[in-house]
Design a protein around this ligand. Structure first.
Ligand code: XBP
Ligand code: MG
Length: 245
């Protein structure tokens, strides 16, 4: 019986990666860097989860830039902190909106007593900004557990964030469904044993999702249809049907 839905954030709750990319590029300028991540660059860089890890990965391909940096850890932390400030301001100003069907899906989970959690690689301030913009100041309270960013040792595709969320929710993997947009997220969730629905985003539409219970363009279908298509036993039966009518 499905007792909880575990939501990814970037690319799933909202198409936010273009805002991240813009924020990275603005932060580079603030720090006097001539770097510019194009959409094509960013599609490749997104193979690396985590903004700080992504900056380090980029530097690994630009050794000449590394030579100019005295304290690499402090440099990465500082640039990423600037990026997060820029990103959260953009989101608070309304740059992001929930993907089609997400608001209705969350409303259905509330009506049906299905629990909700967030399992994301993104930094916690980014989640707060998105949920605040979408739901007001109580947005974070919609989710029992919000497992984000550096709260786990290893980011997606490692299963850490999903294992920590399951532990926090005191649920078994088969009692949950994960909703993701990327291969990294799919691998993280399925490695944790969680059936996963994938809604590919603008940066992940070319990835493979063989392990997914369902790949769907969006979540506009009703929850029973989505769970049915994912071939996941939804034992809500008539309660969901009554929701539909
Ligand atoms: C997607 C990520 C994050 C964001 C950037 O997270 O990999 O790193 O791209 O956010 P999700 P940060 O698991 O929600 O898809 O710069 O805060 O890492
Ligand atoms: Mg994602």
């Amino acid at each position: 019986m499905i007792k909880a839905i575990l939501f990814d954030v970037d690319g799933t709750l909202s198409e936010t990666e273009e805002i991240h990319r813009r924020s990275f590029n603005q932060a580079f300028g603030v720090h006097g860097l001539t770097w510019h991540w194009s959409r094509a660059d960013y599609r490749k860089l997104l193979d690396v989860s985590g903004g700080k890890e992504r900056i380090r990965f980029y530097l690994s391909a630009h050794p000449d830039d590394v030579l100019l940096i005295n304290d690499l850890d402090e440099f990465v932390r500082s640039v990423h902190a600037t990026k997060t400030d820029i990103y959260t301001q953009l989101v608070e100003d309304g740059a992001a909106e929930l993907r089609p069907g997400i608001r209705e899906l969350i409303a259905q989970t509330i009506s049906l007593g299905i629990r909700r959690a967030i399992a994301t690689t993104t930094s916690l301030p980014n989640v707060e900004a998105l949920l605040g913009a979408a739901y007001g100041r109580d947005g974070m309270k919609l989710f029992e557990i919000i497992c984000a960013g550096d709260s786990v040792p290893n980011k997606k595709p490692a299963p850490d964030v999903y294992l920590a969320t399951l532990e926090g929710m005191k649920l078994r993997p088969d009692e949950c469904i994960a909703i993701e947009d990327s291969r990294n997220g799919l691998v993280a969730a399925t490695t944790a044993g969680i059936p996963t629905i994938v809604t590919p985003g603008i940066y992940t539409d070319d990835q493979s999702f063989d392990e997914a219970a369902l790949v769907t363009a969006d979540l506009k279908a009703s929850l029973p249809e989505i769970l049915g298509e994912a071939n996941v036993a939804n034992t809500f039966g008539s309660r969901i049907l009554s929701l539909q009518n």
